[in-house]
Design a protein around this ligand. Structure first.
Ligand SMILES: [Zn+2]
Ligand SMILES: [Zn+2]
Length: 178
């Protein structure tokens, strides 16, 4: 009797620790990375929700529907971009990816004594995360981890939406009380 093997690939998530961070791999691909300062997420997310509730109860009722909708969209954008920044892989350089270093970069590589990997000029080690990051910008405690190559766009989207919401509300209030 022949055994029938299912050809359906099951994407089983693997939870593990990387440096000082918590990571989730699916099909050997790093998909989520939660940084060492993750408790700050439980302060920032309720703060954004509080701003949304405050906006809906105090400001939005004085606005036209189009203005109300615009404000909600900006706050939701801030929430989504913050969550993505805090959860996404920021650009961790894993030991497996050392092969990615091309021959032409060999002159400018150095060994990370902590991760025991060769890093190129674009890569820096973060002491807080305990990992090497490609395109490291800074370690942000409010998102719990590093801002690097892969999450910097989401980070700037978050900053822009928070600043944008502030301007948006100020514009409305200045127009209303003119
Ligand atoms: Zn390192
Ligand atoms: Zn870091």
């Amino acid at each position: 009797m022949e055994e029938v093997h299912s050809k359906v690939l099951i994407k089983r998530p693997t939870f593990t620790t990387l440096g000082n961070c918590h990571a989730v791999f699916i099909n050997n691909k790093l998909v989520l990375l939660i940084g060492p300062h993750w408790p700050f997420m439980f302060c920032v997310i309720p703060m954004i929700i509080a701003v949304l509730v405050g906006y809906l109860t105090l400001i939005a009722e004085h606005m036209e529907v189009v203005w109300q909708f615009g404000g909600v969209c900006i706050i939701l954008l801030a929430l989504v971009s913050y969550s993505t920044t805090a959860l996404k892989d920021p650009g961790v350089v894993l030991s497996d990816s050392t092969n990615d270093l091309d021959e032409d970069t060999t002159g400018s590589t150095s060994l990370c004594r902590h991760c025991l990997i060769f890093k190129d000029n674009e890569t820096e080690h973060c002491e807080d995360c305990g990992l090497c990051m490609r395109g490291l910008d800074h370690h942000c405690i409010f998102t719990g981890k590093c801002i690097a190559e892969k999450n910097i766009f989401c980070f700037y989207t978050m900053l822009t939406s928070i600043f944008g919401f502030f301007i948006y509300t100020m514009l409305f209030l200045s127009e209303k009380f003119e």
